[in-house]
Design a protein around this ligand. Structure first.
Ligand SMILES: [Zn+2]
Length: 405
């Protein structure tokens, strides 16, 4: 089970660019322009599996202690590759996207948790914080996320082998672990809401209740609130429910090329619940044919949009091109809101790309640097030179990360 396949071995070797490139799909836009900032200087790379402390980090840099702070180059911090340790490109891709989530990384860079007597989730957080701190150290260009993988697999056994996994599923489990590690919420209280209150009041009370249970920075950053409205087709009675969401998993239309808005329209589109799916109408007191539709009640700070390219069984993959907004504040989610707030603008800052088919594929990340504002491709241990915005939209785009502006 733990034996890597031959394909894995090819990918997981020393991480030299030649072996990594040999298995790359041909469509990588910048394969000839990989970032090689430190040619001619000693390459300092750090493995998280070795014991590490702040002083060893400083000694590792060419400048030593004296000029460590003055030599800090904020435009290159974070341009750090992650070695593939056996089909772990799904994890590397998601970590890079999270690493470019500014408020999360700002928190993790100053987080010093203790490993002792920690829960499995707290160990994951601890290893992730350690990894992020290394990735955002000047002159560190590659790290090996071995300890994080180990901590994560201890909690989530399905990740203990070296199989290819789905990046979005990993993201959900991963954020859930980070949230659980930080959660200071109190459990037990039940939610009682007067049905005569306005929808917005119900939404607020539901959200307050939720945040008393689930209280962490991770929730603050990523969770929004979805409103679903159920309408009885017989008596017209409507009932609303409010649920937290960590990402929006949007379907793709059948056309080979579409705009992101078409996917979002499909997501919120009214759906008919009939036959076995018929809900019980509170007014008719019997099961009725109903319509169900979604709107967004509360928009998150960071909006994660998952393009559903894979069928439920993962037997097929859609390679439609979805044209998503890439410029600052270009995505306006206002029309998907439950209330008429016409300005809910988001800027794209990271993309997890899946290339290839369901049988075999490869994940990379495209991320916007918070200081230089330039886009780079993170292909396991290889970080590309700055990319043009024209390279961002492709049939590989799988998970989009937007920041509210
Ligand atoms: Zn009814």
């Amino acid at each position: 089970m733990v034996q890597p396949t031959s394909k894995t071995l090819a990918r997981s070797g020393t991480g030299s660019s030649s072996s990594a490139r040999s298995v790359l799909p041909p469509m990588t836009p910048t394969s000839s322009r990989y970032w090689d900032r430190d040619s001619g200087t000693s390459r300092s790379s750090i493995s998280t599996s070795s014991a590490l402390n702040a002083s060893s980090l400083k000694h590792n840099s060419d400048d030593g202690y004296k000029s460590a702070s003055s030599s800090r180059d904020e435009k290159s911090e974070g341009l750090c590759g992650l070695r593939n340790i056996g089909n772990t490109c799904f994890m590397n891709s998601v970590i890079q996207c999270l690493s470019h989530t500014q408020e999360l990384t700002r928190f993790l860079r100053s987080h010093h948790g203790s490993r002792s007597s920690a829960t499995k989730d707290q160990q994951i957080l601890h290893e992730f914080a350690k990894l992020i701190q290394e990735m955002w150290t000047s002159n560190v260009h590659t790290v090996t996320p071995m300890e994080l993988k180990r901590a994560f697999s201890t909690k989530h056994r399905m990740y203990s082998d070296y199989n290819q996994q789905d990046a979005q599923e990993f993201l959900r489990f991963f954020l859930d672990s980070l949230h659980s590690a930080l959660n200071s919420g109190v459990k037990g209280e039940t939610l009682n809401i007067d049905d005569n209150l306005s929808d917005n009041k119900k939404a607020d009370l539901t959200w307050e209740w939720y945040t008393r249970h689930e209280n962490s920075l991770v929730r603050d950053l990523f969770v929004g609130q979805l409103k679903s409205t159920l309408k009885c087709t017989t008596c017209g009675n409507t009932s609303v429910t409010f649920d937290p969401f960590w990402d929006l998993s949007v379907p793709l239309p059948s056309s080979s090329r579409c705009k992101l808005e078409a996917c979002l329209d499909l997501f919120i589109r009214e759906e008919v619940l009939d036959g076995d799916e018929m809900p019980t109408c509170a007014k008719c007191k019997t099961r009725r044919k109903c319509t169900k539709s979604f709107t967004i009640q509360r928009f998150p700070k960071y909006l994660v949009i998952h393009l559903k390219r894979f069928s439920e069984t993962r037997w097929s993959k859609l390679s439609n091109i979805v044209e998503f907004p890439t410029s600052d504040s270009e995505l306006n989610m206002g029309s998907y809101g439950a209330n008429s707030n016409s300005n809910v603008h988001y800027s794209l800052y990271a993309i997890s790309n899946h290339m290839g088919s369901t049988a075999g594929g490869h994940y990379v990340a495209l991320c916007k640097h918070p200081v230089s504002r330039k886009w780079h491709e993170f292909n396991d241990n290889i970080v590309s030179e700055a990319l043009s915005e024209n390279h961002l939209v492709s049939s590989s785009a799988y998970i989009l990360f937007y920041e509210r502006t």
